[in-house]
Design a protein around this ligand. Sequence first.
Ligand code: ADP
Length: 485
Amino acid sequence: MDPLKICFLSSEVVPFAKTGGLADVSGALAKYLDREGHDIRVFMPLYSSIDTSLSEFHAVDFIQNVTIPFGDFSLNFSLVTAKMPDSNASVYFIHCDGLYDRGSIYTNDGDEYLRFALMTRAALESCQRMGWAPDIMHCNDWQSALAPLYLKTLYSWDGLFARTRSILTIHNIGYQGIFGWDKLQPLGINDYRQMLPSEDLDAGIINYMKIGLLHADLITTVSDTYAKEIQTSEYGAGMEGLLQHRRDRLLGIVNGVDYAEWSPESDVHIPYNYSIDDLSGKEKNKKALLEKMGLPYQEGTPVCGIVSRLTGQKGFELLHESLFEILATKDIQFVVLGSGEEKYANFFRQAQAHFPRKMVFFDGYNVGLSHLIEAGSDMFLMPSRYEPCGLNQIYSLKYGTVPIVRKTGGLADTVDFYHWESQEGTGFVFEHFNADSVKWAISHAIETYKNRDAWTKLMKAGMEKNFSWDVQVKKYIDLYNWLAS
Ligand code: ADP
C-alpha cells in the first residue's frame, strides 16, 4: 500500500498542549502513523502556553501573514513547525496574535468559535500553499468539525481536495461547540444554509459537532460501547437521532496507550520501576506516594487512586453519598488528584479534613504525580457517568493497579468483570449509576485485596493486557485505506 497523506486537526496534542485524553490520542496516533511510514501532518493552535523548548520550532517561510476573510473582518495567521519529540511526524502550529494567548486552551470568551474556525481554515489554507493533497482529513471533536463542510463548500473549487475524505472522531459528545447563528456570516457558510441542520437554524444556533456529524465521510468514536451508547437519548446529548441515521458510517476504535510513556518498567516519573515478573517496586512506590502526600503507610491497607478532571461526567456525585461512609467503616486510603469544578474539589477537601489519615486531595494538574498515583496505588476508581474511552483505567491495568469502574463506554470495553469464584477478570465493574453500586464495588475490591494470592493474580491479569497503539493504529490505517480507495 502507498503511504497515506493524513491531515490531522486537533485542539490539543501531547506533549505540547493537554487538558485530557484527546491530547494523548493525538500525540500517540501521529507518532505511530509516522512510524508506519505515512505522511502525517498535525495542525493545532500555537497557544502561548506551549513550551517551545520541547522541540525545534521553525517558521514556515512561505506561509506567513496569510489573510483569511471572516465576513466583515479578516484574520492573519503564520505557520510554525516542529517535529513531535522522538518522532519524525510534523506538527504545524497556527500562530495568530490575540487568539491563542489566553490563560487556558479553552475559554468562554466571545471569540471561542473563531479560535477553532481559524485553526480549521488555516489547516486547509496551509495544505493549499504546500500543494499537499491529503487523502484523509482527520478531524477531532467540535473544534475541527467544520472541516468536512468546508471541504464541500468554500474549498470545493480546489482540485487539490478532490480526493480528500473526511473523518470526524468523537472524543466526547458532551462538548459540541454551540454558538449563535450570527456566526454564519463570519464563518463564511451563510450561503450554504441548506447544508445546515434546519432545526438549528430555526433555533438560531450553530452546532459545530452536529455539522461535522452530518458531513463527515466517516464518524468514529473511541470505543465500541460508546459508539452504541451515543445512539441513545441517555448518552447522545441530543445527537442520537443523527447518529442513528448515520450508523452505517459510525464505528468505535478503542484508544491505544503509549507504553513508552505509561509503563512501570520504564516510567521516568516514578522512583521505583517494576514489572510483572518483579513487583517489589510497587510497594515501594506506594510508600513514596503516601509519604509525598502526607498519609501514613499501613501494611495491608489498600490505597485507592483517582486522577481526573473534576466534572459531572466523571461521576463523583456518587461519592458524595458514599465516600464518608466508606472512609468511616473500611480499611482503605484514598489519594485524589484532580482539577476542575469547585464543588467537587470542595467535597474532596472536606473528606480530607474529616479523615486526614485516610484521604488526601491534591487540587491541580500534575503529570508527575499522576504517574506516581498509578504506580503507588493498589486500586484506581473511575465511577464515570459516561466515559467515551478513558485512559486511566488502561494505564492502571498496566501498572497492576486494579481498576474499579462503572460499566460504560470504554470502561466497559477495557476492564473485564472480576469473578470471585473463578478468579478471572481484570477489575471491579459495577453497572448502575448509584451510590450502593459504587460502595459494593469498592467493598468487593477491599475484600479481595485481603487475599494476597488472588490479588496478585488479578494484578497480573491486568498487566498482561495489551492496548498498545501498535495494534490500534492499524485499525485507523485500515479505515483510511478503505475510505481513500
Ligand atoms: P478525559 O479526556 O475525559 O479527561 P481520559 O481518561 O481519556 O479522560 O484522559 C485523561 C488524561 O488526562 C489522562 O492521561 C490523565 O492521566 C490525565 N489527567 C486528568 N486529570 C489530571 C490531573 N489533574 N493531573 C494530571 N493528569 C491528569
